[in-house]
Design a protein around this ligand. Structure first.
Ligand SMILES: NC(=O)C1=CN([C@@H]2O[C@H](COP(=O)(O)OP(=O)(O)OC[C@H]3O[C@@H](n4cnc5c(N)ncnc54)[C@H](O)[C@@H]3O)[C@@H](O)[C@H]2O)C=CC1
Ligand SMILES: N[C@@H](CC=O)C(=O)O
Length: 351
């Protein structure tokens, strides 16, 4: 049976959930998918680095006590050696899930670049490299004959990028709009039930929905990155965050929410991008009080929804989990499956 060897860059909620899936369901997945998965490297700011070409015992890693580092393990160091691990581990797939930096995408961009340069395919849930370096990184992947996948960078494990690029093939997508942040949607719902913004954000953090710095969720910069990704991937734009006007839910008070409810409306944080007659793209992020009859008004909790405005089919809406550790780890798994398919197609092509 074929096997993919994996390096995990960042070992927080999402990559831990992927490791747990591999530990719990590895055999079942191998039977289903026709290939097995083995983790051969892990590197994290807090834990240091661990490289074991024969495969890491994940149960042993999960049994580590708080504050312990990889230093005591064979092939382990206390300091994270990300670049060394990415370039020198025996992995054929690098899974990048460090924090999203909405300003310059680093260190995620450098991690992805190093992996692609060293001939490894990459999957990431980190929005920074995709929104702020996607064009360059896709070119680099193509030049090196490897694959760059990032389904989880928008709407977590709900496969909206693949849905739009593969299932909606042949249609022209003129606009995209939706609820693109699980944390802010969860927080707005909790505020509607009387909770304070701070308490609701704390809950979203505990549930694994929020960014390392939840300001990105509340002030809209997380959605800004996702709008850039959607506009560039699906509308053929070449925009960056500076082209997306942004307002977050910090502008919405408890009184605003009560007033909206009295008028039969509900606040949602909406990200959108549409193609103008001139061919340019207008994109924004803003809280909007939607009438309760609006299809997006009933999307609740960490669930997200995206509507695609198409030429031949009208509006097509996809809804599903927009945040969560396991849900996002599924996005990584779906990318690994796509990488495997691309690798097989390449091998077939040279036969
Ligand atoms: N949690 C979710 O629902 C979703 C998360 N994402 C994205 O996935 C990524 C991972 O998310 P989580 O696992 O929830 O975050 P997290 O904060 O739980 O984990 C991030 C991990 O990366 C490590 N890290 C940070 N900087 C590092 C560096 N320079 N070198 C090595 N390790 C480093 C941290 O120590 C931490 O363990 C983020 O970019 C996030 O935006 C995307 C979709 C959904
Ligand atoms: N913090 C983000 C996680 C997914 O991108 C969110 O809440 O949507």
């Amino acid at each position: 049976m074929d096997r993919h060897d994996i390096a995990l860059i960042g070992f927080g909620g999402v990559n831990r959930a992927l490791a747990q899936i591999i530990l719990d369901r590895g055999d079942e997945l191998a039977d289903d998918l026709g290939f097995s998965l083995r983790v051969v490297a892990i590197t994290d700011l807090r834990l240091g680095s661990l490289m074991q070409a024969e495969g890491i015992d994940l149960a042993d890693v999960f049994a580590m006590s708080a504050g312990e580092t990889f230093a005591g393990k064979p092939g382990g160091t206390a300091a994270p050696q990300n670049d060394y691990v990415i370039r020198n581990s025996t992995a054929d797939i690098v899974v990048e899930a460090t924090f999203t930096n909405p300003i310059d995408g680093e260190p995620g961009i450098s991690h992805v670049r190093a992996a692609l340069e060293s001939g490894k395919s990459v999957t990431t849930t980190n929005k920074g490299p995709v929104a702020l370096g996607g064009l360059e990184l896709n070119r680099l992947a193509a030049a090196n004959g490897v694959t760059f996948q990032y389904e989880g960078s928008v709407v977590s494990g709900t496969p909206i990028l693949r849905f739009a690029s593969e299932t909606l093939k042949g249609l022209r997508i003129n606009a995209v709009e939706g609820i693109l942040n699980g944390t802010s949607n969860y927080v707005l719902g909790q505020m509607e039930s009387g909770m304070t913004l701070d308490a609701a954000v704390a809950e979203a953090q505990a549930l694994g929905y929020a960014e390392a710095d939840p300001t990105a969720d509340i002030e809209g910069s997380d959605v800004q990155l996702k709008v850039v990704i959607l506009a560039n991937e699906l509308l053929g734009a070449d925009i960056t965050t500076a082209d997306v006007t942004r307002r977050g839910i910090s502008e919405v008070s408890a009184a605003d929410i009560i007033d909206a409810a009295a008028q039969g409306k509900r606040y949602k944080l909406i990200g959108s991008a549409f193609r103008n007659a001139a061919g340019t793209v207008t994109a924004k992020v803003e809280p909007v009080a939607l009438p309760l009859t609006h299809p997006l008004a009933s999307v609740s909790g960490p669930t997200n929804a995206v509507s695609f405005d198409t030429d031949l089919l009208g509006t097509v809406t996809v809804s599903g989990p927009g945040a969560g550790r396991i849900e996002t780890a599924y996005a990584l798994l779906s990318d690994i499956i796509a990488i495997d398919a691309h690798q097989r197609a390449r091998v077939e092509a040279v036969r």
